[in-house]
Design a protein around this ligand. Structure first.
Ligand SMILES: Nc1nc2c(ncn2[C@@H]2O[C@H](COP(=O)(O)OP(=O)(O)OP(=O)(O)O)[C@@H](O)[C@H]2O)c(=O)[nH]1
Length: 596
């Protein structure tokens, strides 16, 4: 019933921690060589129970690789006795990808009368076949077979990685472990009392819960923004995060432990490939849109587009022809491109002085550093292996996700400000900074409706500067403009709170006076006329006077021209004021006329 996974999946799973392994491959092999040469040949260590509570066993293990065909347990025992073995030098023993199976050995000595319940776990989810033999007094007392080649129901514990628990009797128990896998042979063996193991499980669940919680919350929030705002950036960012979290859950074995464990290895293998395509492609397109690279780094932008088409198409072709290894190599390539291109796009954005470029680079470089930390920790090189360094990838990605969300939020705010500025411009007259016709209509509509509802009065005053053409013709347009600005200023100064005024066009201005009867409007217009008459404009030390003519139309007791005020009355009121203005001009200008 032993169901072997296609080996190639494990390259893919491994990719995550071996993500940047191209640059590190060389260093890693150097390191592995160093381990073999420095560590020398030593014998296995004995852990004393119950003093030893918990720990990673890398440094306590004696191991060798099975280079000339599969060995039996007895042959392996002999080999361990011959001392032609090595000792681990870091928390996790790391031997590379697609290498020969490894045998490991250590011993446990329980000094207690009572048996001690301990758990052994090998916390890399992609290891294919793991066998452990517990030997007491030369006799095998237990054989525990597992690994992810086994369906969950047949594993020693229904865990996302290999684990079993055993009551260690008084005295010495030899532990022999054999691991065979085609994926990265990174072996973090953890041994602890069951009590400590459960505590560790809980802590780990909280840590993963927090990390994935942050990322899923951001993904959901941006999905909602995308649904309502319809801006592609939000959709792509959300897809990128969902893809990453699912891929990470699948890679750490958590997804298949909880949801998809019955779906089989074929599903799991290809799911990872498609999740990788999803988050890499979505992430790269998100970065393009966020940084707007097509406007200043066209070649890089087009390169990114091509990469996100060519490599995924190749991966899909691999799927159609069931070539997992081929697709996996492409997935690895896509992921490497993803990390490198993210940083390249950030640098181009920085060179082009784009906003947010610094935060973007900070986020992508942090993610790359965290990925490197995990890679090195798993490789056992420079970085110690522990729960934090193993999870550095997720930490880095969560940090990146938060920074990218900050950029999106700030971009959203800037877009809103831009919109507000554009809207203000669309409503404002550039010369006088008064409302234009559109602004006037937008502002008066709600006030007019309120006036109708509450049966109050309102009036319109139209004014036109007298002989304005002369200012232009005699002193030039600049002086004409100055006159317009002066009159606008005078209107602002004489207006009452609640009055709406605007440049109606050319040298004509309009005032909407709420809660004002026609008579009161007439008096107000007269005041403004007098104020304008007092204005002076200096032209070559020659003071020029300005006058204006006014037409007034308004309601009395909520009626205008025998009609109660309604939505349709404002337009006739303006026309009526215009006719009154015409009469004022005809009568000799610089005066106020009431509509008939
Ligand atoms: N400088 C300047 N002139 C403008 C602007 N808009 C319109 N004009 C000018 O305003 C002048 C209006 O001339 P008319 O309609 O004959 O008005 P007027 O000379 O004031 O005559 P009356 O209204 O009868 O007193 C035209 O020469 C337009 O070119 C502007 O924004 N700036």
């Amino acid at each position: 019933m032993l169901k072997l996974y296609p080996h190639s999946f494990h390259y893919l799973s491994g990719i995550f921690h071996w993500y940047l392994s191209f640059p590190f491959m060389f260093i890693r092999h150097l390191f592995i060589f160093a381990i073999f040469s420095i560590s020398g040949f030593v014998s296995a260590e004995t852990l004393t129970l119950p003093d030893f509570k918990q720990g990673t066993l890398g440094k306590h293990l004696q191991y060798f690789q099975e280079l000339n065909g599969q060995l039996t347990l007895d042959e392996a025992k002999q080999k361990f006795r011959s001392s032609m073995t090595k000792k681990g030098s870091s928390h996790s023993i790391s031997l590379g990808i697609n290498v020969a199976p490894v045998w490991m050995n250590f011993a446990v000595n329980n000094t207690n009368d009572l048996a001690e319940l301990y758990r052994l776990s090998i916390e890399t989810p992609w290891l294919d076949v793991i066998d452990t033999w517990l030997v007491q007094d030369g006799k095998v007392i237990k054989h525990i077979a597992g690994g992810d080649a086994y369906p969950y129901s047949q594993r020693p514990m229904p865990y996302r990685f290999y684990a079993f628990e055993h009551h260690f009797n008084q005295g010495k128990t030899e532990v022999y472990i054999r691991i065979a896998t085609k994926g990265p042979l990174a072996i973090p063996v953890h041994f602890s009392s069951v009590k400590k193991a459960i505590e560790r499980d809980i802590t780990s669940s909280f840590q993963y819960g927090l990390l994935y919680g942050i990322m899923l919350a951001l993904a959901l929030y941006n999905l909602v923004l995308f649904v309502f705002i319809r801006q592609k950036e939000y959709g792509l960012y959300s897809l990128y995060l969902f893809g990453f979290v699912l891929n990470s859950l699948s890679y750490t074995g958590q997804l298949h432990t909880v949801i998809t464990y019955d779906f089989g290895p074929y599903f799991q293998d290809w799911l990872d490939i498609f999740l990788m395509i999803t988050y890499s492609v979505a992430g790269l397109h998100f970065a393009r849109l966020l940084l707007k690279t097509k406007f200043y780094a066209l070649k890089l932008d087009q390169f990114v587009v091509r990469i996100t088409i060519v490599i995924p198409v190749g991966m899909v072709i691999g799927f159609v022809f069931d070539q997992l290894f081929f697709s996996m190599v492409l997935a690895f390539l896509l992921n490497t491109c993803f990390a490198v291109l993210f940083i390249a796009m950030g640098i181009r954005a920085l060179l082009a002085n784009k906003p947010f470029a610094v935060i973007f680079i900070l986020s992508s470089v942090t993610a790359a550093i965290c990925i490197t930390i995990s890679t090195l920790a798993v490789a056992g090189f420079l970085v110690p292996y522990n729960g934090y360094t193993f999870k550095a990838i997720e930490l880095g990605m969560a940090f990146e996700a938060i920074l990218l969300a900050v950029i999106l939020a700030r971009q959203f705010r800037m877009a809103k400000l831009d919109k507000m500025i554009a809207e203000t411009y669309a409503r404002t007259d550039a010369l006088t900074q008064l409302n234009n016709r559109r602004g006037f209509q937008e502002l008066t509509q709600p006030i007019w409706q309120g006036i109708i509802r509450t049966r109050r009065d309102a009036a319109i005053v139209l004014l036109d500067i007298d002989f304005f053409k002369r200012f232009n013709d005699q002193y030039g347009h600049e002086i004409g403009d100055k006159v317009l600005v002066k009159v606008a200023q005078c209107l602002k100064e004489t207006a009452r709170k609640g009055d709406v005024f605007a440049r109606w066009g050319g040298e004509e201005f309009i005032l909407f006076l709420p809660e004002t009867t026609e008579k009161q409007a007439y008096l107000q217009a007269e005041r403004i006329r007098a104020a304008i008459e007092m204005l002076e404009i200096q032209v070559i030390k020659l003071p020029l006077s300005i006058t204006a003519s006014f037409g007034v139309a308004g309601s009395t007791e909520n009626r205008f021209q025998d009609e109660p005020l309604s939505l349709s009355v404002l337009e006739p009121m303006i026309n009526s004021a215009d006719r009154a203005l015409y009469v004022a001009k005809q009568k000799g200008k610089n005066q106020v006329c009431l509509s008939k």
